[in-house]
Design a protein around this ligand. Sequence first.
Ligand code: SAH
Length: 350
Amino acid sequence: MTPLAHLISERIRAAGPISIADYMAECLMHGRHGYYATHDPFGASGDFTTAPEISQMFGELLGLCLAQAWLDQGAPSPVALAELGPGRGTLMADALRATQGVPGFHAALSLHLVEVSPHLRQVQAQTLARYRPLWHDSAATLPDAPLLLVANEFFDALPIRQFRRVAVGWCEHLVGLQGGHLTLGLSAPLYPGPFAHRLADTVPGDVVEICPSLGVMVAQMADRIARNGGAALVVDYGGWHSRGDTFQALRNHSPADPFAEPGLADLTAHVDFEAIAAAATPATCSAMVPMGALLASLGIAARAEKLALGLQGSALASHIAAFHRLTGPAEMGNLFKAIALYPKGAPVPP
Ligand code: SAH
């Protein structure tokens, strides 16, 4: 049993089963034994590989997209450049390098990183030292200024609750104990409240997920963007209109049992982009687009060709493989989606 399994079991013995959201929060963010407190999850030696770790092109193009949105809105100064969950800081480093030539951009910006992991904050401090970043525990303390924000694979780490439709209404999936092991069970039927409208498109047995903190975070950035200008780009694994059980654990690049070794595996759920759009007022929300389509319209083919000119042998082969991995419909290009928030009446970000 992991130390965290022990702590969670004690809590359940004392106070009863907990929601999947509480379980995810403990597993990912427990100060001592949580996954993000103890792991550097990225790359070949970690549990998963994210788009910015696959190719520099990803951060470059997203950075240029935000810089273009800044230019299109009259280049306001000062401007806050922010990232939610920056991981190793790779995306932001690539974005900042790519935007060096945008007149006035670097002089106008201050850099803000929203990160819970003390370990990853240290890694980010090294990667981004020359830009003197400021760290935040949540989006609530981002400056009240024009805001350019990017979040890649951040919302999928936020805790979700799961509800199952049963003959008489809805029950919540709760984490409890059976034979001393953590296991998933069902609550007593509960008042459908937030799911009343989902009776129309579900049948008994169906699972619906909600992410309580997603709406709060999106509302915080939408409020700033609507009042002060700027744009936000959210890229993540997911789709439109949550449906089904998407709660999953990943360890050493392979699916794992989310209840077997709490704290040792990464836990995620698909992001419901409809919930992002619903929380985006008073800002405007773009259509949701597949990540491959976004990168194509930002010019990834031209950038890939330019970079290829300086490469040969295995470096060239892995560059071409990275291009296909990011854009290919059977790889990340269709599974990942993107959406943008911007002020009413402002040009749509590229
Ligand atoms: N964006 C990076 C990392 C994605 S992993 C990339 O694309 O490579 C998720 C990141 O979000 C990690 O940096 C993790 O520590 C951070 N994180 C997860 N939950 C968080 C929360 N509730 N508040 C702030 N940061 C969080």
